[in-house]
Design a protein around this ligand. Sequence first.
Ligand SMILES: CC(C)(COP(=O)(O)OP(=O)(O)OC[C@H]1O[C@@H](n2cnc3c(N)ncnc32)[C@H](O)[C@@H]1OP(=O)(O)O)[C@@H](O)C(=O)NCCC(=O)NCCS
Length: 167
Amino acid sequence: MLEIFYTKQPVQSDAFIAKILGKYYNIPNPAICKSIHGKPYLQKGKICFNLTHSKGLTALAVGKHEVGFDCESLSGKPRPAVLGKFTEREKGEISSVQDFYRHWTARESYVKYLGEQLAALWRKVEFFGGKIYVRGEEAGVPVLQFDLDGYTFSICGGYTRYGITQV
Ligand SMILES: CC(C)(COP(=O)(O)OP(=O)(O)OC[C@H]1O[C@@H](n2cnc3c(N)ncnc32)[C@H](O)[C@@H]1OP(=O)(O)O)[C@@H](O)C(=O)NCCC(=O)NCCS
């Protein structure tokens, strides 16, 4: 089970992580470490999390195993420069703003799941038929997607269920 906490109040990312972990997971003043590419994590404990923000919304996904989480506002327009980098079969699945951002966030959630750099993986990753592929091979990590309040979200990791709380 993955728990998602989101706010539309202005918040600083690490302060939001600390607030949620303190209030809902009984981890006061968590020591937040950063991986080499900037992915925040806790050195001790069994909690995994990942944060995302887009146009005034900040959201944190918290679970018991690794997670990559990404959101985008659906109020934007598809960006031709980004669309041009999708593969031909991905482009065949994109006929709306929602399709565009679903593909975008799915790819980003996989990169964030690995804690990698977007620039390093963007051209190797593909989201097609609801699955992530890396250099044409299935990655084998599921992606869950949902829309909420004008935003689209992708969760990458071995999760089948999620709950959402506005804070
Ligand atoms: C993180 C990344 C994959 C996606 O960013 P994005 O979609 O623009 O931003 P999101 O709002 O979804 O996520 C940002 C949050 O994810 C977390 N995060 C940061 N780096 C991360 C990474 N490599 N993997 C997973 N999560 C990461 C942080 O909590 C970050 O919040 P903060 O920037 O406010 O501290 C992208 O910024 C990236 O490639 N970062 C790596 C940068 C890097 O390595 N630079 C080295 C010099 S080029």
